[in-house]
Ligand binder design. Structure first.
Ligand code: ARG
Length: 624
């Protein structure tokens, strides 16, 4: 409990108020269980009435059978807010029992002073955790599509937030690089090579086509034949289909033996596989880089890296009676989940779930994860429920200290097109991510050129690229990840509103102001030590928002929800716009002390805006 009255020691006014309110609640409702002593302090909904409000009177009054306003009056009478806020009176109570609080100028200034450090008020955790974040997860021989935009961009932001909060983060990209589909492509390439194609020159787009062709080639139209046979009288069609099925079955057989060859390390198969791997990953990592996602080669931990761990893992589960036979397959049944987790098929093959069990074992056991966060599509939610439960049953989630690691599926929704259906290309295929990014840059460069006709071309290009990436990333990050959202270039690229370009614009505007100040001979170093200017409502509002940064970041971290930080960024950028409009800084007639106090406030806001963008992985620009 912090009940010091010295404003110089108040670092976080919201926390200090919380403490004081809790003391007052305990005094007026001594029988209230401690778990219900909650101050419910938040920013004021009506800044005219105060800086903060406590909503505690309503729930507590209900609990103890009192009228909320009456309870509010008692709290107001009992509370001691000296050193933090203006004294509370009957006047402080509004509506059904909200209690409004206005901070003392001095307390606000001290809190800002304390925040104005390298760390921006974010303290190193007493007990830093190791957090594994499952990001990206592309599949071999396929181009990245919009779904991988989300696992890359949100996954990287989740990782960055934890890093910023002081935890140790290890990114893992669970690349789909093993199994029958890949063996099909290996088989195809091997045939092409035998026919004289130089397969080392194949592009990812071509690989993608080969992948689809291979899949089609192995797909037996058995069901169609059954129907035709049932209908009868289509002898020619029956013969043709039978032939096609025979071909497909033969192709499938070849792919299966190719898989066996690959799995047993056959040199030629491995060579072709490696080629497919390199082609895919070179393109994928280039896209990650373009997206400013910190995902590199060292983070790739594809399914193939678990290949030697699967058989022993399954054996371990059999030995301990955790996995049982079910109709020839091997399954793990977990309480509360209807569908058993299949870990070995009847034909002896392992599955997606088997690999993910091995991944948990490695991530917790070897990599030391206290927490493993999976940034994966919500359509895989049953898979993760099953895998988490099975891993727990097997004890694969035990950390070195003997506690259970936290396994989280930080799932995301689907990106929709204008028609509110999953975003697809005109021919109905998954939309290629690089094409989408190219289009964003093209569109952004039109606006950037319009706004900066004088700017040299190369600078304009660099800005357009950053604006486009910021726009696409911000649009993806700013909606609650669990929701679907519609992908609209016009909206996301707008310079006004809740968009990436708007955040970049706010930053560029402050930088521009600082450049102008220097041109006018203002000493910015001296301004950085000036007392904050906090008299105007727009200054106070911005100052209070700046102070919320650490708690917002921590909330975004514990929920793995980057959109909370985006919402904050938008609020701060909007408050800066208001401040900029209402509080002249460099204008003729503004006194030096006020100018410096406003410059210092702007510089602190700038650092918080930049830090937020960096923590989200959003690139910024110096001018735009
Ligand atoms: N490769 C998978 C896909 O594209 C995503 C991998 C997700 N991560 C995992 N550990 N299963 O759907």
């Amino acid at each position: 409990m912090n009940t010091t009255n010295d404003p110089k020691t108040i670092l976080d006014p919201a926390q200090a108020l919380d403490d004081r309110f809790c003391d007052a609640i305990r005094a007026v409702a001594p029988d209230l269980p401690e778990s219900q002593v909650k101050a419910h302090i938040g920013p004021s909904r009506q800044p005219k009435l105060g800086d903060f409000q406590s909503n505690c009177a309503m729930p507590i009054a209900k609990q103890i059978g009192m009228k909320p306003r009456e309870l509010a009056a008692k709290i107001v009478e009992a509370i001691d807010v000296s050193g933090i806020a203006q004294p509370l009176t009957e006047e402080s109570i509004a509506g059904p029992g909200f209690i409004n609080v206005s901070l003392l100028q001095e307390a606000l200034g001290t809190a800002l002073d304390a925040m104005d450090s390298d760390q921006l008020g974010i303290s190193v955790p007493a007990d830093p955790k190791t957090i594994i974040v499952d990001v990206c997860g592309v599949n071999l021989a396929k181009q990245m599509h919009v779904g991988h935009l989300r696992s890359t961009v949100i996954g990287d932001a989740i990782a960055r937030i934890q890093e910023r909060l002081g935890h140790e983060v290890k990114r893992q990209s669970h690349v789909g690089d093993w199994g029958l589909p890949i063996a099909m492509v290996v088989e195809q390439l091997s045939v092409m090579e035998a026919e004289g194609t130089d397969i080392s020159k194949v592009s990812l787009a071509e690989l993608n086509t080969i992948y689809k062709r291979a899949q089609a080639k192995c797909k037996a139209e058995t069901r169609a034949l059954e129907i035709i046979k049932k209908v009868g009288g289509h002898v020619k069609a029956e013969i043709e289909l039978s032939e096609r099925i025979a071909d497909a079955e033969a192709a499938m057989e070849k792919s299966k033996s190719r898989l066996v060859a690959l799995q047993s390390g056959d040199a030629d198969s491995v060579r072709i596989w490696q080629l497919i791997y390199d082609i895919t990953m070179t393109a994928c990592l280039a896209t990650c880089k373009r997206l400013h996602a910190n995902i590199t080669d060292e983070h790739s931990a594809g399914e193939s890296t678990y290949r030697d761990e699967l058989a022993p893992l399954v054996q371990d589960l059999i030995d301990r009676n955790i996995a049982v036979e079910d109709d020839g397959a091997l399954v793990v049944r977990c309480e509360g989940i209807k569908e058993p987790t299949i870990i070995r098929k009847r034909d002896g093959g392992f599955l997606y779930a088997t690999t993910d069990l091995a991944a948990i074992k490695r991530r917790v056991g070897k990599l030391g994860g206290d927490e493993v966060v999976y940034c994966v599509d919500s359509r895989q939610s049953l898979h993760f429920k099953q895998v988490f439960a099975a891993a727990h049953k097997a004890g694969y989630d035990k950390t070195a200290s003997g506690s259970d690691a936290t396994l989280v599926h930080a799932m995301f929704g689907t990106i929709l097109g204008e028609d509110n259906k999953p975003l697809k290309s005109r021919s109905g295929e998954n939309l290629n991510l690089s094409d989408l990014l190219d289009e964003a840059v093209m569109r952004a460069s039109a606006s950037v050129a319009e706004k900066n006709p004088e700017m040299p071309q190369d600078e304009r290009d660099a800005i357009s690229e950053a604006v486009a990436m910021a726009a696409v990333k911000y649009a993806d990050l700013s909606t609650e990840r669990i929701k679907d959202y519609a992908f609209r270039f016009d909206t996301m690229l707008a310079f006004e509103g809740d968009t990436g370009p708007y955040m970049l614009y706010a930053i560029a505007r402050i930088k521009n102001m600082l450049r102008k100040a220097e041109e006018k001979g203002v000493d910015l170093n001296a301004a950085a030590d000036a007392p904050f200017s906090l008299n105007e409502p727009a200054e106070r509002a911005m100052a209070l928002m700046v102070l919320r940064y650490p708690s917002i970041l921590s909330a975004a971290g514990s929920s793995h929800e980057p959109h909370r930080l985006c919402g904050y960024l938008y609020e701060l950028a909007s408050l800066f716009a208001k401040f900029y409009e209402q509080c002249p800084v460099l204008k003729e007639g503004v006194e030096a002390s006020q100018r410096d106090g406003r410059l210092r406030l702007s510089m602190l806001a700038l650092r918080v805006l930049e830090d937020s963008c960096k923590t989200l992985g959003i690139p910024t620009v110096d001018r735009m």
